[in-house]
Ligand binder design. Structure first.
Ligand code: GLP
Length: 241
């Protein structure tokens, strides 16, 4: 695992955007796995700036989701489908045809999860997966105690994660209880994992991810098992390393 400490979130975003640009120059139709939450926004801003200035041609990039709420209509502004379309797909000048994600509205939720895992491998696998980290060490929505070999499946959110994500909704009552997430085993199949963590609130989770034992209690610690994992942290998130 490679750990890169940057001064702040903007510098982290710029660094990761450069890595994505380098990947797209080698492989223009790379499949990029994207994460939601506030942390990756500086990456998406930097990528959109590169596209606007003409220094990046992302027109053949393909984008896929990491996770999704169960039961929110696909066009709900806080569904991860809507979020990724708004924050990544549209700013990069892409269309929905270059985008894939699990169907959080399916009646057969496990069927939708299995279909998504199949779709990812039929698409050739994820070339670079962006990850954030929850305050409890979760990646995607793999909460503590998730199997390190897990596949895409339905999970129940912890109260902590619902509280953390309540800021995106009018009240905590609107935060769904269930989600679909790529499993830890699914995530580990991506060719390159890039986790960005910023702010003091992530310092403990980062320390356990990087320096603690590999444990289902800290799902992000599974990155230690991956041959090509990069953890980018700002000074505050690195403060307990
Ligand atoms: C959610 C997402 C994760 C994300 C996490 C942290 O739980 N499912 O993918 O990493 O939030 O979000 P933030 O970056 O806003 O702290």
């Amino acid at each position: 695992m490679e750990v890169v400490i940057v001064p702040d979130a903007k510098a982290g975003g710029a660094l990761i955007a450069e890595a994505i640009a380098a990947l797209l120059s080698r492989k223009p139709d790379a499949l990029l796995g994207v994460a939601t939450g506030s942390t990756p926004l500086p990456i998406y801003d930097a990528l959109a700036d590169m596209v606007r200035s003409g220094s990046l041609d992302a027109s053949r990039a393909r984008i896929c989701q990491l996770d999704e709420y169960v039961g929110l209509p696909a066009d709900h502004p806080e569904s991860y489908r809507s979020t990724v379309l708004r924050q990544v797909v549209e700013p990069l000048g892409l269309t929905e045809s270059s985008f894939m994600g699990p169907d959080g509205t399916a009646e057969d939720v496990q069927g939708a999860c299995d279909a998504y895992d199949r779709a990812l491998s039929e698409a050739g696998g994820v070339d670079l997966q962006l990850l954030g980290i929850g305050t409890d060490g979760h990646i995607g929505f793999n909460e503590p105690c998730s199997s390190l070999a897990s596949r895409t499946r339905i999970k129940t959110l912890t109260e902590q994660t619902r509280q953390d994500n309540a800021r995106f909704f009018d009240s905590i009552d609107e935060v769904p209880h269930h989600v679909i997430t790529q499993g830890i085993g699914t995530i580990l199949e991506a060719r390159h994992l890039v986790l960005l963590a910023t702010g003091e609130g992530k310092a403990e989770a980062v320390a356990q991810t990087v320096e603690g034992p590999v444990s289902a209690l800290v799902p992000a610690s599974a990155l230690q098992l991956h041959p090509h994992a990069t953890v980018v942290v700002d000074e505050a998130a690195a403060s307990r390393l």
